[in-house]
Design a protein around this ligand. Structure first.
Ligand SMILES: Nc1ccnc(=O)[nH]1
Length: 436
């Protein structure tokens, strides 16, 4: 079996000290060197994946907006849903999202929440134990009732949340200031986001950028500039900025991304499903841009399975370039692990190495789909499913063991989520009036 020892370990074992990896290697070896220690043992051990762009709180909207393009999808379905959810529903939505992530092998999420009740998602992440870089969404124009906020209020609320949650839950949770996208934010809001990120050490910025053509046309009509140039102008590029999508960028915008060290999160399933386009991620990597991987939200994917996302990322590049050697498993795997960790800003995350953070998952391979197992990396990128994950650990704490999530009652979350009735009519009317 071929594998990079620092990333994937077949028939592996792991010993932790607190939140760090003490030792990791083949089961046989660790049984000898650590005979009396508590060990994690699994068919395959690998770093937990980093979902570098998700919307946990959109989890109640899976299947409500299929077969639409971005702005219809957003203004006719997703914004009305976010505007309608009560505090309790937002909490259930977030829990459902984190549950799906933890169950299928994502241990860190870069999470775009919603405008209201963001504290419920922070608390839910803390309760379940997932690692996250996340923030309340900022929207101060072209936004429906229930989401539209006055600029100062949106920024003040952000600052309150930074004070409360940045570094919370043993520093598993960090804050990202998250303007929704340039379409729904004023210049003052975008510049205010940069100021807040500069004021608080370790706070990052996460937003959507250049996902589809209607979006960049809207920004160009508003500002006279290409979207990435506009974001650069107002301070939203740099090593502390993670931009989701970046499908529609020209040469000069790509230079800006590379020069500023801005991170890009590729979301292939979402880009395919909303027919947004194919992001030029190999060009980005060639330029030295850090590219991470994300599932985006359940209403546009419609799964949060990181293994499916790795597969889609590779296949999309192969067909786009008509080159079967494009996007090999090792590069895609790095996007889903270390590159995501770099984007999220957590150091010593995303590899199985001594003294690195013990964010680890284990998969079973005693299944038909994994037999015979010629190449474990190939298996993980092209054949594995999130369902194969049986063990999830964050910071040395076990979140799922033998397929059972430990910190929360998963049945109860699913039951409550299943009973929520979405009635979007009024909110949809309001959203239509502000649609670009
Ligand atoms: N792709 C997206 C753009 C803006 N907002 C969203 O929720 N999703």
């Amino acid at each position: 079996m071929v594998a990079d020892a620092s990333t994937v370990i077949p028939d592996g074992a792991l010993v932790t000290t607190g939140s760090r990896i003490e030792a990791v290697g083949e089961r046989r070896e660790l049984v000898e060197t650590y005979p009396d220690h508590e060990r994690v043992e699994c068919d395959v051990l690998m770093p937990g994946t980093v979902g570098a762009h998700v919307h946990s709180v959109q989890s109640l909207g899976r299947g409500i907006a299929d077969d639409t393009e971005l702005l219809d999808w957003l203004f006719d379905y997703v914004l009305p849903m976010e505007a309608t959810l009560t505090e309790r529903e937002m909490e259930i939505a977030a829990k459902l999202g984190y549950l799906e992530l933890v169950e299928s092998g994502t241990t860190t999420a870069i999470d775009h929440l919603s405008v209201a009740h963001a504290d419920r998602a922070f608390e839910a992440a803390g309760e379940i134990g997932i690692r996250g870089l996340m923030g309340k969404v900022l929207m101060d124009r072209r936004s429906p009732d229930g989401l539209l906020e006055e600029t100062d209020r949106a920024l003040d609320e952000t600052e309150e949340l930074i004070r409360e949650y940045h570094g919370a839950f043993d520093d598993r949770i960090r804050y990202a200031v998250t303007p929704r996208f340039a379409v729904s934010c004023t210049e003052e809001c975008l510049r205010g986001a940069r100021e807040l990120a500069d004021e608080y050490d370790g706070v990052r910025i996460h937003t959507h950028a250049s996902e589809n053509r209607s979006e960049i046309e809207t920004v160009e009509a508003d500002t006279g500039m290409r979207n990435i140039h506009w974001l650069d102008e107002v301070g939203l590029t740099g090593e502390d900025v993670v931009l989701a999508h970046c499908v529609w960028t020209d040469e000069s915008e790509r230079e800006v991304l590379a020069e500023t060290g801005t991170h890009v999160t590729h979301c292939p399933s979402s880009n395919m499903k909303l027919a947004s386009g194919i992001a030029p991620i190999w060009d980005y990597l060639d330029r030295g841009i850090n590219v991470a991987l994300g599932n985006d939200g359940p209403p546009c994917n419609n799964t949060l399975d990181p293994f499916t996302e790795m597969r889609q990322a590779s296949l999309l590049q192969k067909v786009d370039r008509l080159d079967p050697t494009a996007a090999p498993a090792q590069d895609i795997f790095e996007m889903a692990t270390v590159n995501g960790a770099k984007a999220a800003g957590f150091e010593k995350l995303g590899k199985l190495e001594e003294d690195w953070r013990a964010d680890v998952i284990g998969l079973r391979t005693d299944i038909t789909r994994a037999t015979p197992l010629h190449d474990v990396l190939s298996h993980l990128v092209f054949a594995a499913h999130g369902d194969d994950v049986v063990f999830t650990m964050v910071d040395g704490d076990v979140l799922m063991d033998d397929g059972e999530v430990t910190a929360v009652d998963a049945d109860e979350i699913r039951r409550e989520a299943g009973e929520i009735d979405l009635d979007l009519e009024d909110a949809r009317e309001s959203a239509r009036q502000v649609k670009p």
